[in-house]
Ligand binder design. Structure first.
Ligand code: SAM
Length: 378
């Protein structure tokens, strides 16, 4: 995969500004923020760096072609004409994922089928053998995006979603995606030096992602494999050097305090194992505690970055109102000078805090629309 290419790093809705800032810090060229992600240009080495370093991206797509696809034949012929040999072998596996909007071709499942046929037919005609479809663990993921009859054909350089870092051992009850946790830490404008506290820490996602940010640790170094590692032309030795270069940039801060607590002892045990799996033992303090008793430590000027329960089950919101009220009161009366970043999935509960946010950021947690409330505590 020599030469320069166009890439698109995707992210969950609302995260584009922080993904753009991350991509800029990586010095990715010709950066453009778009809905759903950022576009950039570069070499395959740049795509490696993007996969290793972008904490808030879900996947990095490599654009192959863009063309008019008014009907299924136009789509089929263009896909069949493409030389797929650099991405999958005849004995390999692949999957196609299509999205379409405002176009003549308006059935994404059908588009997937035709693209799959085109790839398979090309191989069969040339080699007599064809790669087969594997939906769970394919060697290659092909993306087709059609908007107003313009098709963009891409391959996924990441493979599995980048939120699957590789450090997680336990899910907890309702874990944040690692990409969303990293985005929340970024949105909070934490400086990486002040103490960071999560009083509803669950499985510890925010704490781990914050510690990785503070140490400038590339999140992709935990991964077993990226999509491009299964492409026939992949250069493992060069990629191993890119990983070594990323590792060399790690700087473990001396006295940083990152502290998590949860009322449920089982969650603390799980968080402990996640922290250990991320190689962060001794760098994150965990304790069983009720957020209603949240007490600032003397001299702290901390960032509270947290994701309390939303109470999706019937009756649970009413039960949680007093928790939010008490926690909010603790923060208002004892945490002057602190910064608060709280992911809220329920307006009644957010109001119960009694803290007027300086800023609200609309985000999506799984399928749930949420707001990140940002406040400097007076
Ligand atoms: C939405 S989950 C947090 C998930 C976490 N961000 C993660 O990624 O795993 C909310 C957590 O708040 C905890 N919790 C509920 N009530 C609490 C309270 N009064 N004090 C402290 N923690 C509480 C729950 O045990 C649960 O782990």
């Amino acid at each position: 995969m020599r030469g320069r290419h166009i890439f698109f790093a995707t992210c969950a809705p609302g995260i584009e500004p922080v993904l753009h800032a991350e991509a800029k810090a990586l010095r990715l060229a010709k950066l453009e923020r778009q809905v759903g992600g950022v576009r950039f240009e570069g070499t395959m080495e740049d795509a490696w760096r993007a996969n290793l370093w972008l904490r808030t991206a879900v996947r990095v797509l490599l654009r192959l072609e863009r063309f008019e696809a008014l009907d299924e034949n136009a789509l089929y012929e263009r896909v069949k004409a493409f030389d797929w040999a650099g991405f999958v072998g005849p004995e390999g596996t692949f999957v196609v994922d299509a999205q379409t909007r405002d176009s003549e071709l308006n059935h994404s499942r059908y588009i997937e089928q035709r693209v799959k046929d085109a790839v398979a037919d090309r191989f069969r005609e040339r080699t007599g053998v064809r790669p087969s479809v594997d939906r769970t663990d394919p060697d290659l993921r092909i993306h087709v995006h059609i908007f107003r009859n313009r098709a963009t054909l891409s391959v996924d350089t990441s493979g599995d979603s980048l939120h699957k870092r590789g450090w997680r051992r336990h899910q907890g009850r309702a874990p944040l995606a690692e990409t969303l946790a990293a985005a929340i830490v970024r949105f909070s404008r934490w400086d990486g030096r002040a103490p960071l506290v999560d009083p509803f820490c669950g499985s510890g996602t925010i704490l781990v992602e914050a510690a990785l940010i503070a140490a400038n640790s590339a999140p992709g170094l935990f991964r077993q494999q990226f999509g491009f590692e299964r492409w026939p032309g992949h250069e493992p030795a060069a990629f191993a050097r890119a990983k070594d270069a990323a590792r060399a940039l790690e700087r473990v801060p001396g006295k940083l305090q990152i502290v998590g607590s949860d009322v449920d002892p089982a969650r603390i045990e799980e968080a402990r194992e996640n922290v250990a799996a991320a190689g962060l033992e001794g760098r994150i303090e965990l304790q069983e505690a009720d957020a209603r008793d949240f007490a600032p430590r003397p001299g702290w000027n901390a960032w509270i970055v947290t994701n309390p329960p939303y109470g999706e089950r019937v009756g649970a919101v009413a039960r949680l109102v007093p928790v939010y009220q008490r926690f909010g009161e603790r923060v208002r009366t004892g945490c002057g000078g602190y910064h608060l970043a709280l992911l809220s999935g329920e307006e009644t509960l957010a109001r119960a805090l009694g803290i007027a946010p300086d800023e609200r950021v609309a985000l999506v947690n799984g399928a749930l629309e949420c707001e990140l409330l940002l406040a400097a505590v007076p």
